[in-house]
Write a protein that binds this ligand. Structure first.
Ligand code: NAD
Length: 285
C-alpha cells in the first residue's frame, strides 16, 4: 500500500482564507496580543510568523515585546491589563519563558475567553466537559486534517502517543468527543508497537525522531505525525514516513503536515474569541 499524503499546507491555506473571509464580515477586526519575553531566536521567528499571518487575515496585531529580565509581577500586570482591555480579543504568551518566570502562574493570568492557545485551567476544563471554549491549536489542527482526509473517527480505535498538556492530553479529549475509542501511550507504556497496531488512527506526539515504524501500524491506518526534529539530514517527525507510508492509508508529511495547521488554528481561535466576546459564538468543537 502507498499512503495518501495529507497536505497540511493546502488545508491550512484554505482555513486561513475562511478565517479572513469571516473576519472581513465582523464589525470590528479581532486583535491578537502576542507577548514575547526576551530574544530567543526560535521564539522570535515563531512570533513573527504568527503576527504576519494575523495581519494577513485582516486582524489587528497588538504585539508586546518585553526584556528577558522582566519581573514576574510586571509580566503579570501586563497580562491583567490585556485581559481587561476590550480592544484585545486574544492573548498569546510565547513559551518557553526565561527560567526565572513561572509559566503556569503567568498562563493563569490570561482571561480564559482570550486564551487563544487553550492552555488555561478553564480552557482545559471546558474541553474536558465538552462545553464551548478555546482548544489548543496543534491538536485542533490534527482533527481538521483527519476530517479533511475523510478519516472515520466515530467508533474508531485511536492511539495517541504522548500525554503532554499541550498536545497529547487535549488530542485524546478531542478524539473522544468525536466518539473514537482512545488509548493514550507515554514513556512508560509497555510494548508500544502492540498497542499502536490496534489503532485505526495513530497520532504520534512523543518528541522522539522516527520512533514509529511500519511494525507499529495496522495496514490501512491513518497516521498523523506531530513531531518535528531538525537533524543533519533535514527535518523529520516522530514517524519513519517512508516505511510507514507503505502500510498506512493516509499520512502527514514533515514538514508540510501538522506544522502549518498550528498557526491556522491560532487564527481560527482568535476569531472564535472575538465571536465569544461579541456573543456570536457558533459552538466550538
Ligand atoms: P513533550 O516532551 O511535552 O511530551 C512528550 C510526550 O511523549 C510525553 O508525554 C512522554 O511521556 C511521551 N514519550 C516520550 N518518549 C516516549 C516513548 N519512547 N514512547 C512513548 N511515549 C513517549 O512534547 P510535546 O510538547 O507534547 O511535543 C511532542 C512533539 O510534537 C515534539 O516533537 C514537538 O516538537 C512537536 N510539536 C509540534 C508542533 C507543531 O506545530 N507541529 C506543536 C507542538 C509540538
Amino acid at each position: 500500500m502507498s499512503a495518501t499524503i495529507i497536505d497540511g499546507k493546502a488545508v491550512a491555506a484554505r482555513l486561513r482564507d475562511e478565517v479572513a473571509h469571516e473576519v472581513a464580515a465582523l464589525p470590528r477586526a479581532p486583535g491578537l496580543a502576542t507577548i514575547l519575553v526576551g530574544d530567543d531566536p526560535a521564539s522570535a521567528v515563531y512570533v513573527a510568523n504568527k503576527r504576519r499571518q494575523c495581519v494577513q487575515a485582516g486582524m489587528r496585531d497588538l504585539h508586546r515585546h518585553l526584556p528577558g529580565d522582566v519581573r514576574q509581577d510586571q509580566l503579570g500586570a501586563l497580562l491583567d491589563e490585556l485581559s481587561a482591555d476590550p480592544d484585545v480579543t486574544g492573548i498569546l504568551l510565547q513559551l518557553p519563558l526565561p527560567d526565572h518566570l513561572d509559566a503556569t502562574a503567568m498562563i493563569a493570568r490570561i482571561h480564559p475567553d482570550k486564551d487563544v492557545d487553550g492552555l488555561t485551567e478553564v480552557s482545559a476544563g471546558r474541553l474536558a466537559l465538552g462545553v464551548p471554549g478555546l482548544r489548543p491549536c496543534t491538536p485542533s489542527g490534527v482533527i481538521e486534517l483527519l476530517e479533511h482526509a475523510g478519516v472515520q473517527l466515530e467508533g474508531a480505535e485511536a492511539v495517541v502517543i504522548g500525554r503532554s498538556d499541550l498536545v497529547g492530553k487535549p488530542m485524546a479529549q478531542l478524539l473522544l468527543q468525536r466518539n473514537a475509542t482512545v488509548t493514550i501511550c507515554h514513556s512508560r507504556t509497555r510494548d508500544l508497537a502492540r498497542v499502536c497496531r490496534r489503532a485505526d488512527v495513530v497520532v504520534a506526539a512523543a518528541g522522539v525522531p522516527r520512533m514509529i515504524g511500519a511494525d507499529h501500524i495496522k495496514p490501512g491506518a491513518a497516521v498523523i505525525d506531530v513531531g518535528i526534529h531538525r537533524t543533519d539530514a533535514g527535518l523529520c517527525g516522530d514517524v519513519d514516513t517512508e516505511a510507514v507510508a507503505e502500510v498506512a492509508s493516509a499520512i502527514t508529511p514533515v514538514p508540510g503536515g501538522v506544522g502549518p495547521m498550528t498557526i491556522a488554528m491560532l487564527l481560527r481561535n482568535t476569531l472564535t474569541a472575538a465571536q465569544l466576546a461579541g456573543g456570536q459564538e457558533r459552538g466550538a468543537a
